[in-house]
Design a protein. Structure first.
Length: 290
């Protein structure tokens, strides 16, 4: 994933916006030997700007319509304004990224902050960990984005951070670069719960559901402060195992805990948790249909 070949012309760069987060936003604290998960999403900035411009034009036309109705402007003036606006209307064109031989995520490159604050390539084995695997070719318009999750194996995290206690990372795609994320290494068991959940997420995305389940269940039993995040992860593992009733109970319990703790230690807002329950309910309905 670290190698790119810009000569193939798969990445124009200037039209893309990149986002990068860890399991804890743009700053995460890990124990040595924990996995590092990085979530990348790509948006089409040109299409977004075009959509915003078109929305402004729609508002201007609506305002002109109001002026026509109250007699502030004539029909001829209204038609002239509409004609001028329509000339400025831009169709948000989707941008295609990737090919069957070279998936879009293979053009991504992780970089780190080196001496003097300069970003330099991070030559380390990040692997695609998305589950399910994204489509190799994506067409990104103004409403969508391409997303993928990458991981650095626990052993590799330990070796990478043998000397440094903190690294600053970013991601590149063509000429575009993401925001920066900071990874801090803990020398003791501080923040052990976050590291445990990171390991559970890592195992879940590697489809090692039994080991992920054991870690999450232990976390729920031992750490009340991260119960919302752990219950949400528990629901994901159950759902992947086909245990849909158990998954629904876990998601609902996460919502109850979220409300009781006012959102403390939650990896996502309650709306996303509600969406999970609704999607799961729809899956249950379809599987129950003859």
């Amino acid at each position: 994933m670290q190698e790119t070949d810009e000569g193939e012309g798969l990445v124009s760069g200037s039209s893309f916006g990149l986002g990068l987060t860890t399991e804890n936003g743009e700053w995460i604290r890990l124990r040595r030997g924990s996995p590092l998960l990085l979530h990348v999403w790509v948006s089409n900035t040109v299409a977004l700007l075009a959509a915003d411009s078109n929305a402004a034009i729609d508002r201007s036309i609506a305002a002109a319509q109001d002026q026509l109705e109250d007699g502030t402007i004539t029909k001829a003036e209204f038609d002239l304004r509409v004609a001028q606006f329509e000339k400025r209307f831009v169709e948000p064109t989707p941008e295609t990224l990737g090919s069957q031989d070279r998936p879009w995520w293979s053009s991504l490159q992780f970089v780190r902050m080196g001496d003097g604050g300069k970003m330099e390539p991070l030559v380390w084995p990040f692997v695609l960990l998305s589950n399910p695997t994204p489509d190799p070719i994506v067409s990104i318009g103004h409403r969508g984005s391409a997303r993928a999750t990458f991981a650095l194996d626990p052993a590799d995290v330990k070796r990478l951070l043998t000397i440094e206690e903190e690294i600053v990372l970013a991601c590149r795609l063509g000429d575009s670069r993401s925001n920066q994320v900071t990874v801090e290494v803990l020398m003791d068991d501080e923040n052990a719960s976050q590291s445990s959940l990171s390991m559970a997420e890592y195992l879940y995305r590697r489809q090692d559901y039994d080991r992920a389940l054991k870690i999450v269940q232990d976390e729920i039993a031992s750490s009340p402060t991260t119960k919302v995040a752990a219950m949400s992860m528990l629901g994901q593992v159950y759902e992947a195992q086909g245990r849909l009733e158990d998954a629904m109970k876990a998601y609902l319990q996460a919502l109850v805990e979220f409300d009781a703790r006012r959102g403390a230690s939650a990896p996502e807002d309650p709306e996303i948790l509600l969406n999970k329950t609704q999607a799961l309910a729809e899956r249950q309905r379809k599987e129950a249909s003859p």
